[in-house]
Write a protein that binds this ligand. Structure first.
Ligand SMILES: *Cc1c(COP(=O)(O)O)cnc(C)c1O
Length: 356
């Protein structure tokens, strides 16, 4: 079976060499040397001022919500993974869904202002599939209405917009380093904050709210450990190569897929893209289901990312209409994309889709 994604695994001896250092110094977790080294290396690689390595990409969003003191209504995207919405709900906020644009599949800034009420405190948007949101328009609205901005950048590791790393936009950007993501630490995530004071607060929160015997505030456990950091340290130097391979695979798909069968989201100008996913949008849901089943019968697993549109989640109390997201969600399919995906398999997939 060909899966939609496959985790990159470094040569085993590279990993065991780092693991041996853990055996020598006996520090397994609580901000050990490998965690700090990973944070430093990621900052260097991505040209960031700060980054905190946390246990996953979901707690990263929750920590950001807490540290920015976000409450009540938060304008958010219906086209993302369910963790985006769930972190808001879990932190007691009300998600207010704003529709997306048909070209980037990210939140539509033209539709945000209509949703702002006296109870709106923030915008939580996702750079979906690694495609940057309209960060400039969002920034303008946030400044005008005094709103905080969190970007769920779980798909956007390595993406740059206008020569700046994508994590440098918004008050806080979060990422997921889960095994299915482009850069992974098995489980893991990160937080980058514009204001170093916010990062310090998040650092305190992610470690129970105390430093030694000084108890400052309520906290939670969002720490990551030395073993996961070791995986990250092995994977990080391979990032450029992994992106390069995915770029080649993506271009191969694009050269073979018929434009009359599917369309593709567009990447804004001035973006250095990371090729994290290969989504295709079918003309209608019937064609998508036909393609998905035919691919599956030929040993190829695809994923309906993202379906359903999050404004339709069954446990929400209020319905916000998002026609674009609801329509796209029914028609979008992610095709297999990973570093060592074989050319022949890409060709096989394209023949099947073109036959629909
Ligand atoms: C994967 C993902 C998350 C959650 O990350 P975890 O590390 O699995 O908690 C959040 N948002 C988006 C958009 C994701 O794809």
């Amino acid at each position: 079976m060909i899966n939609v994604t496959k985790s990159y695994l470094p040569p085993l001896d590279e990993y065991t060499q780092l693991i041996e250092t853990i055996w020598r110094n006996s520090q397994l977790t609580n901000r050990g040397p490998l965690v700090k080294r990973l944070e430093g290396e990621i900052c260097k690689k991505l040209n960031l001022n700060n980054l905190l390595f946390v246990s996953n990409g979901t707690i990263a969003i929750q920590l950001a919500i807490k540290a920015l003191n976000i409450k009540d209504e938060v304008i958010t995207t219906p086209f993302s993974y369910v963790a985006t919405t769930n972190s808001l709900l879990w932190e007691g906020c009300t998600p207010v869904f704003c529709d997306i644009t048909t070209d980037t599949l990210c939140i539509d800034p033209d539709k945000i202002e209509n949703l702002i009420t006296p109870n709106t405190t923030a915008i939580l948007a996702t750079h979906v599939f690694g495609i940057p949101c309209d960060v400039e328009a969002i920034e303008q609205i946030a400044t005008k209405y005094n709103l905080k901005v969190i970007y769920d950048a779980a798909h956007a590791f390595g993406v740059e917009y206008k020569n700046k790393n994508i994590f440098d936009y918004g008050d806080v950007s979060t990422c997921s380093f889960h095994a299915t993501k482009l850069f992974h630490t098995i489980e893991g995530g990160s937080v980058t904050a514009r204001d170093p004071k916010v990062l310090r607060l998040i650092t305190l929160y992610h470690s129970f709210g105390h430093i030694g015997d000084d108890y400052y505030t309520q906290g939670i456990n969002g720490k990551n450990c030395e073993f996961h950091a070791a995986m990250g340290l092995c994977n990080l130097p391979k990032l450029d190569e992994l992106i390069y391979e995915r770029k080649n695979h993506s271009e191969h798909y694009t050269s073979l897929l018929s434009g009359t069968i599917i369309s593709r989201p567009s990447i804004p100008e001035n973006t250095l893209y990371n090729y994290a996913y290969y989504p295709v949008v079918f003309k209608d849901e019937t064609k998508l289901i036909k393609a998905k089943n035919l691919l599956f019968n030929n040993g190829i697993n695809t994923r309906r990312y993202f379906y359903p549109s999050l404004n339709n989640l069954p446990f929400l109390t209020e319905y916000y209409s998002c026609p674009v997201s609801e329509d796209i969600s029914k028609r979008v399919l992610c095709l297999p994309l990973y570093h060592d995906l074989e050319k022949e398999n890409i060709e096989k997939i394209c023949i099947i889709i073109n036959s629909i």
